[in-house]
Design a protein around this ligand. Structure first.
Ligand SMILES: C[S@@+](CC[C@H](N)C(=O)[O-])C[C@H]1O[C@@H](n2cnc3c(N)ncnc32)[C@H](O)[C@@H]1O
Length: 216
């Protein structure tokens, strides 16, 4: 497989959004882990946001954490391009963007024991029963990312969907390799906003957040 890298704004973009959901086919492919040193000119753990959307959270988080090496993963090519431009406008150089499905990007590119913080704000909830298998956060995904996380890593998740909230709790319980450190009614950090957070707050919807750690 050839790797096509489009690099218009000096952020990496891998056009892999057409890959299917996590399945046995690409588990047969050999991973090509990224070199943090090569990407960021320094060896450090990664901070990753999956599904950054319009990038409100990612940009502010990067501004407030200039010493951190941050990766944003998003499957929508247009959003990757839009946020890429915002990074340039805001002169942010500690963020790299990867276009693709998080499941694939994690399996294929993210090195083991490298992720210190994983953020997933308002993952698509797929509330209908028939669509549950489209959800990103399930047993398979949590198992896949487990070795990629450092032992002291944290995962921050926010959702407005009570069915997804319960599903996450159930999946984590069955898997039994993570601990829910905190369950919060509301968004986990009042210093940050996201497009969907604003939208749901305007509609007076309840927000649920999780802070999750690894059982080691
Ligand atoms: C409901 S939006 C939330 C966007 C943003 N986090 C916010 O809070 O405003 C979900 C985002 O996740 C992206 N997404 C959904 N599934 C994905 C996947 N498997 N890998 C990467 N991005 C994904 C979508 O393209 C979309 O931008």
């Amino acid at each position: 497989m050839t790797l096509k890298i489009i690099n218009p704004y000096k952020h990496i973009i891998f056009p892999f959004n057409h890959f299917p959901k996590l399945n046995d086919f690409y588990l047969l492919l050999k991973p090509k882990f990224i070199e943090t040193k090569e990407l960021f000119n320094k060896d450090s753990n990664l901070y990753i946001e999956i599904g950054f959307g319009k990038g409100d959270f990612l940009i502010n988080f990067a501004k407030n954490n200039k010493d951190k090496t941050i990766i944003g993963i998003e499957r929508s090519q247009s959003l990757v391009k839009e946020v890429s431009k915002k990074l340039v406008l805001n002169k942010i150089d500690n963020v790299k963007l990867i276009e693709g499905l998080a499941e694939f990007v994690f399996y294929f590119y993210i090195p083991h024991n490298s992720v210190e913080l994983l953020i997933i704000n308002f993952p698509d909830p797929y509330p209908k029963k028939a669509h549950i298998n489209r959800r990103l956060l399930n047993k398979k995904f949590f198992k896949l990312i487990y070795p990629k996380l450092t032992n002291n890593a944290l995962i921050y998740i926010a959702t407005d969907c009570d069915k997804y909230r319960d599903y996450i709790i159930q999946e984590l319980k069955t898997l039994n390799i993570y601990k829910i450190e905190k369950f919060i009614l509301g968004f986990y950090d009042e210093n940050y906003q996201t497009k969907y957070l604003k939208k749901w707050l305007k509609l007076n919807k309840k927000i649920y957040s999780f802070i999750i750690s690894k059982k080691v």
